[in-house]
Design a protein around this ligand. Sequence first.
Ligand code: GLU
Length: 433
Amino acid sequence: MSDTLFADASKRLEKALKYVSISEDAIEHLKFPKASLAVSIPVRMDDGSLKIFQGYRVRYDDTRGPTKGGVRYHPNVSMDEVQSLAFWMTFKCAVLNLPFGGAKGGITLNPKALSRMELERLSRGYVNAIADFIGPDIDIPAPDVYTNPMIMGWMMDQYSIITRKVTPGVVTGKPISIGGSLGRDTATAMGAFFVIENIMSKIDRSPPETTVAVQGFGNAGAVIADLLSKAGYKVVAVSDSQGAVYAKKGLDIPSIRQYKLSSRGMKAVYCEDTVCNIVEHESISNEELLTLDVDILVPAALENQITEANVNNIKARYIFEVANGPITSVADAILEQRGISVFPDILVNAGGVTVSYFEWVQNRSGFYWTLEEVNQRLRQKMVEETNQIWGIAQELSISMRTAAYVHALNRLGEAISAKGTRDYYVNGKVSVP
Ligand code: GLU
């Protein structure tokens, strides 16, 4: 039987433990979520019927601060998935040195099948069900797959209604008009872009000689494709859940975005004003996109995309994980043996939660930053932590993923120990340092 997602996620931790000297208590502590909540959310549908949806919220660890993490609306959402994502958030926040622990939430549904009013009732119902579990000093939700600023606005408003206090800091990724931060919408992609630029300069590769394929054309995928192509990288393939387009000469990403917005489809197009011309391209599957012979592969969709089944067909030289958990631990080991460098999710996609942190800080201080300030602080954090993880990987001759876990574990271990471990007690008595 294959592992659960959580069992597979935990293997990354086990691998990194060899390279850190943290207390046994800290290790024990990190093996289990702090609290998990499963809720049933009744929603009055537009036709008058009542439907019950299953929702979850897991707070994995709050040693370093209130827990933080997105809410996902997707048919595959389960407690196992939410717990794994909360585990990753714990390490992601530690990698970026944010004063947060990790959490995640989700509702099992096909969001495209609901009307906007049904979505609003569902989102408010979710907050009604988890209100005691969240708060600006407890646990702070944010957007994730198929959730957006509008949904975050409803959630913040509902929490404020329940508590009878306007509480912008309870949710991040809100619309700007009600306390959102400038730059939060593009933050995941922007953070990944800073990591890619930093790594490419370390290995002395110039953008025009670097081909890129991006899997996923949502908020993260479409923006990273755009940023990379504007910086001169040759983005040869992009995909959404329906399929992919490939053009050897490179794609015009802004026009594909425009086409997708206007037609909900994807084609390699070139648009001028409202007129779009189809450019020479091949339509390929998502699976084919993953195995293209490119320099950089960017999985920016869902987890478990590169597995034992397709790992031997991967031809990219570098993989930057913009999605959470796109590579299984078995596939990861094979990629490492094959000399393919993987840059892990807990670093590469951490720009989102980093600007969420900036949003929370702005909400608490009531003083708002310019877009330049947000992006400049984001760049500084992403570059600083990438350099540190790069240094650990070089020093210990380990992968960037294991190095990122080592980096996070050192911070988490120190925080857990600061609250007291077995090392304080000798023969049942408190040892005075
Ligand atoms: N959902 C995003 C992530 O997986 C952002 C979380 C947040 O901003 O709290 O990192």
